[in-house]
Design a protein around this ligand. Structure first.
Ligand code: HEC
Length: 99
């Protein structure tokens, strides 16, 4: 009985910590805040939706999404220079989810 309570308690603790972790990386702040790279990312990637957090995807997924976004941007007439795409790609890769 005591054993069960213990397991249950640490389970709840782990969930709380996980929830806090998620909240703190999703709530309004981006890695490298204040740099020109973040400014460009915010500027280009919030035209159609709010900015996705870099840790949402790994490097491989970012390469995929950037290609998809390039097409969306072309279709919608949103300018996206190759130079800008490479800057954003490098920024996303530096801060991507590691797996
Ligand atoms: C021209 C409009 C447009 C712009 C600008 C745009 N996106 Fe998107 N994005 C979309 C649309 C539409 C979807 C949903 C459909 C899809 O996934 O193709 C989407 C979905 C996504 C998704 C997948 C869902 C998710 O939230 O994980 C990611 C990631 C994403 N965009 C990243 C970016 C990044 C990074 C940029 C800046 C380089 C960007 N987008 C700029 C239109 C745009």
């Amino acid at each position: 009985m005591v054993q069960w309570l213990k397991i249950n308690f640490s389970g709840a603790l782990i969930l709380t910590i996980a929830a806090l972790g998620l909240w703190s990386c999703g709530a309004g702040s981006l890695p490298e805040e204040g740099t020109p790279d973040v400014a460009l990312f915010r500027n280009k990637c919030t035209v159609c939706h709010s900015w996705p957090h870099p840790r949402r995807h790994n490097v491989r997924e970012w390469n995929h999404y950037l290609k998809v976004m390039e097409t969306h941007m072309k279709n919608r007439g949103v300018p996206f220079e190759p130079q800008e795409m490479e800057t954003i790609r490098a920024y996303l890769h530096r801060n991507a989810r590691k797996d």
